[in-house]
Write a new protein. Structure first.
Length: 198
């Protein structure tokens, strides 16, 4: 009994270390995923996580008009790689330093450290994807540059520790996800865009 008690702190320490190692190993994965299906007009989830916002709101950085905002929150247990949500051309990339409010708070989208990427689809529709740092995040990595062609299956970037990705879509977009729905990056269909002539 005495030997068991003397090993208990060691066993607990090993178990906790193994759990933390497993979380970090999962967190820093950058999996290769292939979207299966027709990509025309499809907006695919840019991140693993949970939908925390689906609402009409004002977008004041690039569009300066009202858009449908869909936000996906990534917890510590999610892979934090981000994916390109639509096929198209990169029109705008801008990184902003900022605060580190909890990522699920509404003000995080405009006050936290963030990087905004605007993609123009082949039919001329522009969508905005914003990587937002969270309370623990201290670095956002964004891969594409202005003028590049981009496609589903490609990585948009990476956010280190708790964070979220916001999508700003045209008002006539058909949103396919609901609040609290789990998403899988580059697999879950978030929305379907209307054709520009519609």
């Amino acid at each position: 009994m005495h030997a068991f008690e003397s090993r208990l702190p060691f066993d607990i320490s090993i178990s906790v270390s193994a759990i933390l190692y497993g979380i970090l190993l999962n967190f820093f994965q950058c999996p290769i995923r292939t979207f299966e299906g027709d990509t025309d007009g499809i907006v695919v989830a840019p991140a693993d996580g949970k939908v925390v916002v689906v609402e009409e709101t004002e977008e004041n950085e690039y569009f300066h008009d009202r858009r449908i905002m869909v936000s996906i929150f990534m917890s510590l247990f999610n892979v934090h790689a981000n994916w390109i949500p639509v096929d198209g051309t990169i029109k705008y990339v801008e990184h902003y330093d900022g605060n580190f409010h909890k990522a699920w708070l509404p003000k995080a989208s405009e006050e936290n450290e963030r990087c905004t990427v605007v993609i123009e689809t082949p039919d001329g529709t522009e969508i905005l994807a914003r990587q937002v740092a969270g309370a623990m995040a201290r670095r956002i990595v964004t891969y594409p540059t202005v003028g590049e062609d981009c496609y589903l299956d490609e990585h948009l970037g990476f956010i280190k520790f708790g964070s979220r990705v916001d999508l700003y879509l045209p008002l006539n977009t058909n949103v396919c996800v609901k609040l609290n729905q789990k998403t899988v990056g580059n697999e879950t269909i978030v929305a379907r865009l209307m054709k520009s002539e519609e």
